[in-house]
Write a protein that binds this ligand. Structure first.
Ligand code: SF4
Ligand code: SF4
Length: 366
C-alpha cells in the first residue's frame, strides 16, 4: 500500500546523533550522549529509503551535529536526484568551520537547483555562548563559519544564512543584545526558538514566558526592518509571514493554552532518526517502528495497524505545541491557513514596495 499520493512535504532527518558540543539546553542529549557511529544508517541504507519515498519538497537536517556525517553531501545529493528535493534546511552549531563551509560549497555545486537554508546556532556572545554550548572557542568558530557561509551566499543567492537562538534561562537577560549583534553586525535574519522538551539541564527551562512573548515580537519587528534593506522577493516575505503565524500559534499555546489543531506530523511530515526509527515528530515518545525492519519501505511502515492508530492519536491529541519547524510546515500545508499566509505576504510585499518607492522619491528630491 502506498500512502504517498504525490509527494512528501517535509522529511526531518537526523543523520547522526554524534555531536562536538554538549549544550546545556539540548533536548536530544540522551541520544547525543549515547550515540554510536556503528548504529547509524549507512549511505547505502539511506539510498534504499530514498528509493521508496516519493518526491520530497523539503529536507530538514538536524541531529546531533549533522556536519559530523562525512557523507552528508552525498545524502543530500541522493534526495536531490532521486526525490526531486527542492529545499534543504540544515541546522549547525558552526563548530567545524572548514568542514561546514566545504559542505555548503559542495551542496551548492552538486545540487544546482536546490534552495539551501543554513541555520547557525548562536546562543549568546563570546564566552557566554561557549558556556551554554559547553565548549571553549565555540563562539569564535561559529563566527568563522558565519563569515564563510555569508561569502558563499553573496555570490550565490540560493544559499540563505540565518541565525538560530534557543531562548533559555541562560540567555534570557541578553536576548536583545544578541539580536542587536545578529541584526547590526551580521546583518542576518534572526530566529529565536523557545527551549523545549527535556533539556540536559532541567533548570534551562526556567524562563519568563511573558518576557519571551514580548521579545519575540520585538525581534520580529526588527527582522521586518531587515527585509526593507534586502532585495524584495516574494519568497523572503513569504518566509517572514510564515514565521509571523508560527510565532502567533506558539504564543497562543503558551499564553492561552490553545492547542495546535493543524499538525501534519505523521502524515505529511515524517522524522527519521540516525538508527532508522521513524517518528511523527521529534518530540514524540511513540515511534512508527524501524525502517530496517521493513526493507526500508516507509509506505509499508506507515500502513501497519499500529502506525495508523498512532496517526489517528496525533490527529485527536491536539498538543500545546511549541515545535517551530513542525508548526511552520503544518500551517502552509493547511488550505485555509495557506490562503491567509499568502494574503499577508501580498499585503507586506505591497507595503514594503510602497516604502521603498517613497524612500527613493524622497532621496531624489533631497
Ligand atoms: S543542541 Fe545541538 S549542538 Fe548542542 S549538544 Fe544538542 S545536538 Fe549538539
Ligand atoms: S502538535 Fe507538535 S508536538 Fe504534537 S505531534 Fe504535532 S509537531 Fe509533535
Amino acid at each position: 500500500m502506498n500512502l504517498f499520493t504525490k509527494n512528501l512535504p517535509l522529511l526531518v532527518l537526523h543523520p547522526t546523533h554524534r555531536c562536538n558540543a554538549r549544550c546545556l539546553h539540548c533536548y536530544n542529549w540522551e541520544r547525543v550522549d549515547n550515540s554510536e557511529r556503528e548504529n547509524e544508517l549507512s549511505l547505502e541504507e539511506i539510498k534504499l529509503i530514498s528509493r521508496k519515498l516519493p518526491n520530497i519538497e523539503m529536507l530538514l537536517v538536524s541531529g546531533g551535529e549533522p556536519s559530523l556525517r562525512e557523507d552528508l553531501n552525498l545524502i543530500v545529493k541522493e534526495f536531490y536526484l532521486k526525490n526531486r528535493l527542492r529545499i534543504l534546511a540544515l541546522t549547525t552549531n558552526g563548530v567545524d568551520s572548514q568542514g561546514i563551509i566545504r559542505l555548503a560549497e559542495e551542496i551548492m555545486k552538486t545540487c544546482p537547483g536546490l534552495l539551501v537554508y543554513m541555520l547557525v546556532s548562536l546562543d549568546d556572545l563570546g564566552g557566554r555562548h561557549d558556556r551554554i554550548r559547553n565548549l571553549n572557542g565555540c563562539f569564535e568558530k561559529a563566527a568563522e563559519t558565519i563569515t564563510g557561509l555569508k561569502r558563499i551566499s553573496s555570490s550565490n543567492p540560493r544559499l540563505k544564512v540565518s541565525i538560530l537562538t534557543t531562548y533559555s534561562k541562560y540567555n534570557e537577560a541578553n536576548i536583545w543584545d544578541i539580536h542587536k549583534f545578529v541584526a547590526s553586525e551580521l546583518g542576518l535574519y534572526h530566529q529565536i526558538n523557545l527551549i523545549k522538551a527535556n533539556p540536559r539541564m532541567p533548570e534551562a527551562k526556567e524562563v519568563d514566558l511573558a518576557k519571551f512573548c514580548v521579545i519575540s515580537e520585538k525581534i520580529e519587528d526588527s527582522n521586518f526592518q531587515l527585509l526593507m534593506g534586502n532585495k524584495l522577493t516574494y519568497i523572503n516575505i513569504l518566509s517572514f509571514s510564515l514565521d509571523y503565524y508560527t510565532r502567533k500559534f506558539i504564543i497562543n499555546a503558551i499564553t492561552d493554552k490553545t492547542t495546535f489543531n493543524f499538525c501534519k506530523a505523521g502524515t505529511k511530515i515524517l522524522t527519521v532518526i540516525s538508527n532508522g526509527r521513524v517518528y511523527p515528530c521529534e518530540f514524540s515518545r511513540e515511534s512508527f517502528g524501524n525502517l530496517r525492519d521493513v526493507d526500508y519501505d516507509m509506505g509499508k511502515l506507515l500502513a501497519s495497524a499500529s502506525s495508523q492508530s498512532l496517526i489517528a492519536k496525533i490527529k485527536n491529541k491536539q498538543c500545546l505545541c511549541t515545535a517551530e519547524c513542525y508548526v511552520r510546515r503544518s500551517l502552509i500545508l493547511d488550505f485555509k491557513m495557506r490562503a491567509r499566509i499568502h494574503m499577508k505576504t501580498l499585503f507586506l510585499f505591497n507595503q514594503l514596495l510602497a516604502k521603498k518607492i517613497l524612500n527613493k522619491l524622497l532621496h531624489y528630491h533631497v
